[in-house]
Design a protein around this ligand. Structure first.
Ligand code: EAX
Length: 331
């Protein structure tokens, strides 16, 4: 994948020190299909940029992990081989440790809670932290709450997870909370097919945009952790822009975030129903926090290893697990 990353490297980086021009489309990388919420978020990003620049700046998508996994793509931003990335926070804490604070299990009650935090002061502080780490944070958006799927058996309680080979993102908080099998997303489908792993956790948005149904019959809507999405830019790209052009990029990122949230809302209604219809093994759902249950050993175990470290990094200095609420889905 790394080779692809360099081979298809954006030419925009060459513009460092100059202003953008029509000959240099910016490349927006992401891990999902062009019809996913990431793809539907990249389209308005490009359209807004073209509109504001009167066609002087154009853009193109590099979807489906063409330029590597999310960690590879973030590295691509740092070296200027890629311009913009839409990514989960999965690998982002490796680059900006404070971001781990958002990856804690049961941190948010529901969408409204998560969205308010991300657009509010805490979200803006964390975007600024990204800027201190050789990256540029343009906007927050979201994936959805994450749920467990597996090919082996119904998962009704945390004890049912015992013995499953559960893939996690390359994220220390998730690894300590859930499993020690980190893997980049583009490798996941083949790993599931070959039995290297037999379970994974992802939001409805990602599950419906992928072919997991074929290899994952058992669906458990656990909502165990919220999955934020960051729209990031390369500092090398930004350094080559005028202030006006930087403003256009921020507007484009906002348009992208709005479009992604709209698609998350749509899939919250239709995708959950689709998952139930398509579960060819079993299907279980939980209200927020009830997969573990308030005060249960499961919840304590999920938090004990990760909260002292990640919780300590939380800007508010105060975080408590959310074990009640309307839940991550309304349907
Ligand atoms: O960003 O790696 C993951 O499971 C992510 O949720 C996915 O790539 C979407």
């Amino acid at each position: 994948m790394k080779h692809a990353l360099f081979a298809v490297a954006s030419t925009f980086a060459l513009l460092a020190g100059t202003s953008a021009s029509a000959q240099q489309p910016i490349v927006i990388g992401h891990a999902l299909s062009p019809t996913s919420h990431y793809g539907l978020g990249a389209d308005p990003f490009i359209a807004k940029l073209e509109e504001l620049s009167d066609g002087a700046i154009t853009g193109t998508q590099a979807p489906a992990g063409q330029l590597g996994g999310e960690r590879d793509m973030i590295e691509g931003l740092q070296i200027g081989s890629l311009d913009v990335v839409i990514t989960s926070t999965g690998p982002l804490g490796n680059f900006v440790p404070k971001i781990y604070a958002l990856d804690l299990p049961f941190l948010f009650r529901d969408y409204d809670h998560a969205r308010a935090v991300l657009v509010g002061e805490i979200g803006q502080e964390l975007l600024a932290k990204i800027d201190e780490n050789n990256l540029v944070g343009l906007a927050w958006s979201e994936n959805d709450f994450r749920h467990v799927r597996n090919s082996q058996r119904p998962v009704r309680t945390p004890a049912d997870l015992e013995g499953l080979k559960l893939r996690t993102m390359e994220n220390k908080v998730h690894m300590e909370a859930f499993s020690q099998i980190p893997m980049a997303f583009p490798e996941l489908f083949t790993a599931l097919q070959q039995g290297v792993v037999d379970s994974q956790e992802n939001p409805v948005t990602v599950i419906t945009a992928s072919k997991f149904r074929e290899v994952q019959g058992h669906v458990s809507l656990t909502g165990h952790v919220y999955s934020p999405v960051a729209v990031l830019a390369s500092p090398i790209l930004i350094d080559g822009l005028t202030d006006e052009q930087k403003g256009w990029l921020n507007e484009a990122a906002k348009a992208s975030a709005v479009a992604k949230r709209a698609e998350v809302n749509r899939l919250e209604d239709t995708g959950v129903a689709l998952l139930r219809e398509n579960a060819h093994g079993s299907h279980h759902r939980y209200r927020q926090g009830t997969f573990c249950g308030a005060g249960s050993t499961c919840l304590q175990n999920l938090h004990r290893p990760v909260w002292p470290r990640a919780g300590g990094a939380h800007p508010s200095g105060q975080v408590t697990p959310q074990t009640s609420g309307a839940g991550p889905y309304r349907t």
